[in-house]
Write a protein that binds this ligand. Structure first.
Ligand code: OGA
Ligand code: NI
Length: 324
């Protein structure tokens, strides 16, 4: 792998309080300058990662009519979205042809039956997931994977808190009922020459607090813009790529950066050029109030951003990418 992305060893962070603080300092440094990390020794079972890849590949190999049985809507991020429906560069005001990707996504697997969640559902959060009939173990594996990602994100937010000079538990009650989404991005092998400006995913920043991305190591393509140069992020087997989203940049008053990235077309063609990645887009609780963190205010106590809720942040960003 190139050294584009700093490596974070979670086993080290878990080994003692002193090591936790040392890893938090590495994270602060990386998030200020790169906005992307590679997380290793995270403890998510390799078997689950392999199962996730296998059932998802099998789903995308089903005939289109079966995939369409779980067709999703752009508003809920639940279900299947066929190829070429979205152009993420539009979120940056750049007109491009549609991205060469198809998607499947879910939200929180089991929504508790209590007044807080019922109110959230009335407001449009925590919509029901859609499950394909095949492969048979698809739901079980996706739900298990979602839970692993939630736990990992919660732990990373504790490291983030210390990295930002806050108490370890500072974010806990703001991210304990999150509206995070798990996606699979499927990039089929190229069957035609792309249109000018058409790539697998156009340049964009992610919207939320952080993204945890697992990518198959078959073919790369993920690139980040650093000092005006597109730098590839080579897949490291078994690692997660973690990046900061717009909400975290806002929360930290731009101490941390939400870095532009994209997925470039493969240099090869044929079956080996297929790529599947799993971004888990973390969002805080929909009603978490996002205002500059106490440790990130400018001299004089001012902020660059107005106060919003996490729910307002995400709903303001999603729609424009589908207007193609
Ligand atoms: C995304 C994204 C990268 C990838 O979905 O926001 O940046 O490798 N995906 O699929
Ligand atoms: Ni992204």
């Amino acid at each position: 792998m190139t050294n584009t992305v700093p490596m974070i060893d979670l086993a080290r962070a878990r080994s003692s309080d002193t090591e936790f603080d040392a890893v938090a300092r590495q994270i602060d440094e990386a998030n200020q300058h790169v906005g992307f990390l590679a997380v290793v020794n995270h403890g998510v079972p390799q078997k689950l990662l392999d199962d996730m890849y296998d059932v998802t590949a099998e789903f995308f190999d089903l005939p289109m009519v079966e995939r369409l049985s779980v067709l999703g809507s752009r508003h809920t991020s639940r279900g299947y979205i066929p190829p070429k429906q979205r152009a993420l560069a539009r979120t940056r005001g750049i007109e491009t042809p549609a991205d060469l990707v198809e998607l499947f996504s879910i939200g929180l697997p089991e929504v508790p039956d209590d007044p807080w969640f019922r109110r959230a559902q009335d407001l449009g959060y925590f919509a029901a997931n859609q499950w394909p009939e095949h492969p048979t173990r698809f739901r079980e594996i996706w739900e298990a994977y979602y839970r692993e990602m939630s736990a990992l994100a919660f732990e990373l937010m504790q490291l983030f808190a210390v990295a930002l000079g806050l108490e370890k538990n500072w974010f806990d009650d703001k991210v304990d009922r999150p509206i995070s989404n798990l996606f699979a991005n499927h990039y089929p092998p190229l069957t035609a020459v792309p249109e000018p400006g058409q790539i697998r995913v156009g340049e964009h920043t992610d919207y939320g607090s952080l993204t945890l991305l697992y990518q198959s190591d078959a073919v790369g393509g993920l690139e980040v813009l650093l000092d005006d140069v597109w730098c590839p992020i080579e897949p490291i087997a078994g690692s997660f790529v973690v990046n900061i989203g717009d909400l975290m940049a806002r929360w930290t008053n731009d101490r941390w950066i939400s870095t532009l990235h994209r997925v470039q077309n493969p240099a090869i063609s044929g079956p080996a050029s297929r790529r599947i990645s799993f971004p888990f887009f973390c969002q805080p609780n929909y009603d978490a109030v996002i205002e500059t963190l106490p440790t990130c205010r400018q001299p004089g106590g001012t902020s660059r951003y107005s106060t919003i809720t996490a729910g307002m942040n995400v709903s303001g960003k999603t729609d424009v990418s589908f207007d193609i």
